[in-house]
Design a protein around this ligand. Structure first.
Ligand code: HEC
Ligand code: HEC
Length: 83
């Protein structure tokens, strides 16, 4: 089991339980939801998050809907929450 540590701060770091203009009651509908905790680090011409170059990946959509970190609440198989 790979826990997403964000869950320790509660659901409201990502969801607005009373209602939201974003689907799934999300606080933000795009990658900024994740980037408030996970910093983008400029390196050369690229943007890195953690140890991975995300320059191209960030153009594909949000971190969870682009088919990457789909197991956003936690994963039983993948440490990077990919599935
Ligand atoms: C780190 C941010 C984050 C936290 C913290 C978080 N969620 Fe989510 N949650 C998301 C995202 C992003 C989605 C949309 C996932 C998708 O569309 O695949 C989502 C989707 C959901 C959904 C809809 C699932 C579906 O299949 O449509 C529910 C229900 C939900 N979350 C409940 C919770 C509850 C309850 C908590 C706290 C225990 C929580 N979430 C904490 C980010 C978070
Ligand atoms: C409230 C703060 C917070 C938010 C919001 C948040 N995270 Fe996290 N996340 C953490 C913490 C803390 C960790 C554990 C420490 C670390 O690996 O940086 C973590 C770990 C991760 C990891 C594992 C990293 C690794 O190298 O093992 C992934 C992947 C991840 N988060 C993706 C996301 C995605 C995708 C979103 C947006 C839906 C998101 N996070 C939103 C706090 C957050």
């Amino acid at each position: 089991m790979f826990e997403h540590e964000a869950m320790r701060e509660g659901c409201t770091s990502c969801h607005q339980p009373h209602g939201s203009i974003s689907s799934k009651l999300l606080v933000q509908r795009d990658a900024n939801l994740c980037l408030k905790c996970h910093a983008q680090t400029p390196q050369g011409n690229g943007v890195w998050i953690g140890k991975v170059d995300h320059t191209q990946l960030l153009r594909l959509g949000s971190c969870w809907s682009a088919g990457c970190h789909t197991a956003v609440h936690g994963s039983s198989v993948h440490p990077k929450l990919l599935y």
